[in-house]
Ligand binder design. Structure first.
Ligand SMILES: [Ca+2]
Ligand SMILES: [Ca+2]
Length: 593
């Protein structure tokens, strides 16, 4: 049962003594060293001294580290990371919003360091794409995607207001950005809304739309309530914080419902000019809600003739890899010849891997020591039972909606044990098949149970220097509960063995944070939820709890993700309080058993 989190246990009172105190002092020492190295004496004085004093005053009655045992006995002890408020996002939500998402203060969805290391591009689902200057920490609205209901932005049909995912979903830099000024975005539109689906540059005078045309949506079996749109942008001057240049619609995909849209974009960071992966984008395409439907669309994630519920791999630039690819259906991108299904009758060549519910976060895990250990990783949100991390392989079938996690998903959406003959048909159409395949299973999974969570967030393989205890570990979050966990990357690779029962154990990350507003400050937290809650209220949030809800989290979601900068250091960002926090240090919690 290792790593499956089928039960929980509270270790109350086991770590309140000298060992806990020592751990604290070592963390403070790490933070102190980091802040001093940055020349931030004033911050250090405030942080380290206050932390030491609060620790010493609290140590006599330390309540112990309430914990859930996730890993088997003998596994590494939990790691504590120190968080520091880094930037507060401009508030784009409503402080008293009553809907599922309008009460989130800023729906920050990704943080990408611009090549060159001077700035970050940060997207808010509500529409703004910001440039954040690193040194001054000032936000500039670079492009505003929200042109709904007479708003001043680019897209009149932007579907941002219902559901947890929608709006401006993703931004990613072209690997050759420093030469070509290109980047890519994904946003979601509601085709039923009035107006054009082309951008409106009335308030974006630098955007030259001459020759801009939209594309016919790539069809998906079933109804279409949303469209996912991939656009390539070319800024002719990347030294300023305004957009001046052109845009090109690359792809538009029909989606059955308003959930699980076209999602994340990643390029293989190891690829160089001349490599087969150079400037080839991997796209996490959600199933559009099709897989949990009781209608015929239930098989869409399994169907090789449709793009939903897949990881896609395409070449956005028509002038790249011209001799080893073919032009895609809409004429706007190329399909590499080495994609797995380019020669399968009825199948779409864009597909790299399939059978996924909502692979909303992709990450290229790069092992600096061993290139053969590089892997593409997908965090995919489960239905009612399992959250999963998958290692993505060319052509693999991850089982959904025939499987969820390492179990069978039944037509009533409940899970049961795997069948003795574990194979599923390869669907090349609604009824046509091409043999059978053994599904590929997660390397990490956790359940919708107390101590687990509701929806996996994002994850990264840590390669920074501020938290040595996390080097070589995959750090990931649960969206609703705000849990932060890690798994050893070698154990993830070992669990990628074709055996559904072997999984990498999960370990806790505990969080040290000092409330800058001087609120009720327990200093050490099991999850991000109390931290985001304090900040939500401090920033003017008026709901009784955090916005949103989950089955395990109950009322209120933390909605927390992890990002990584060019140096490999970590940030945790959260929509409900609209905050981005930097991980400034950390240490292993001494063995407490
Ligand atoms: Ca510019
Ligand atoms: Ca396994």
């Amino acid at each position: 049962m290792q790593g499956r989190l089928a039960r929980s246990r509270t270790d109350s009172g086991e770590a309140g003594g000298a060992g806990g105190l020592g751990a604290w002092l070592s963390i403070i020492a790490v933070v102190h060293k980091r802040l001093m190295s940055l020349g931030r004496l004033a911050i250090c004085a405030a942080t380290c001294v206050a932390a030491t004093l609060s620790l010493l005053s609290a140590s006599a009655a330390a309540p112990g580290f309430g914990a859930v045992t996730l890993a088997p006995a003998g596994a590494p002890a939990p790691v504590i990371i120190s968080l520091k408020d880094w930037v507060a996002m401009p508030i784009t939500g409503k402080v008293d919003g009553k809907g599922q998402t309008d009460g989130m203060l800023a729906r920050v969805n990704s943080l990408r360091e611009e090549p060159g290391g001077r700035r970050y591009f940060i997207n808010d689902l509500n529409g703004p794409l910001y440039i954040l200057d690193k040194s001054s920490k000032t936000f500039t609205t670079y492009l505003d995607f929200n042109g709904r209901d007479r708003r001043p932005g680019l897209f009149h049909k932007l579907a941002y207001d219902t559901g947890y995912a929608g709006g401006l979903v993703a931004v990613q830099f072209d690997p050759d950005y420093s030469h070509n000024g290109r980047f890519y975005t994904v946003h979601v539109e509601d085709p039923a809304l009035p107006g054009s689906n082309a951008p409106d540059n009335t308030n974006a005078p630098g955007l030259n739309l001459q020759g801009y045309t939209t594309t016919r949506p790539i069809s998906t079996p079933g109804d279409t309530l949303r469209e996912g749109v991939l656009i390539e942008w070319t800024d002719t001057n990347t030294t300023n914080a305004t957009f001046e240049g052109t845009a090109r619609e690359v792809m538009r995909i029909s989606l059955n419902t308003r959930i699980h849209p076209l999602g994340d974009l990643v390029f293989n960071p190891r690829a160089r000019r001349g490599d087969a992966d150079w400037r080839v984008v991997y796209i996490g395409c959600g199933d559009g809600g099709s897989g949990e439907s009781r209608l015929s669309t239930r098989t869409n994630p399994q169907r090789l003739d449709t793009l939903v519920g897949k990881v896609l791999r395409v070449i956005p630039d028509l002038s790249e890899h011209t001799s080893t690819s073919t032009v895609g259906e809409n004429g706007r991108y190329r399909v590499p010849n080495d994609n797995p299904y380019v020669s399968t009758r009825g199948a779409r060549g864009e597909i790299w891997a399939y059978g996924l519910r909502n692979p909303h976060r992709l990450h290229w895990a790069i092992d600096p020591a061993t290139r053969a250990n590089d892997r593409l990783i997908a965090d995919s949100v489960g239905l009612h039972t399992w959250e999963a991390v998958y290692i993505i392989h060319k052509g693999a079938n991850y089982g959904y909606s025939q499987r969820e996690g390492n179990e069978t998903l039944q037509p009533d959406n409940k899970t049961t044990a795997l069948p003795s003959l574990d194979r599923i048909p390869v669907l090349t159409g609604e009824t046509t098949t091409d043999g059978t395949v053994a599904p590929t299973y997660p390397v990490i999974q956790y359940g919708h149970v107390a101590g687990g969570g509701d929806a996996i967030g994002s994850g990264v393989l840590y390669r920074g220097s501020l938290v040595p205890a996390l080097r070589g570990k995959y750090i990931f979050t649960d969206l609703t509960t705000g849990h932060v966990w890690f798994a050893d990357y070698r154990e993830m690779l070992a669990a990628d063995d074709g055996n559904p029962r072997t999984l990498a154990p999960i370990h806790e990350v505990k969080l040290q944070w000092t409330d800058p507003n001087g609120g009720d400050n327990a200093a050490l937290f099991d999850t991000m939820k109390p931290i985001t809650k304090m900040a939500y209220f401090a920033r003017g949030g008026r709901l009784p709890d955090l916005p949103g809800r989950g089955t395990v989290s109950g009322l209120g979601r933390a909605d927390v993700h992890v990002a990584v900068d060019g140096a490999g250091e970590l940030y945790l960002f959260s929509k409900t309080d609209g905050m981005i926090r930097a991980v400034v240090g950390g240490a292993v919690l001494p063995e407490t058993r």
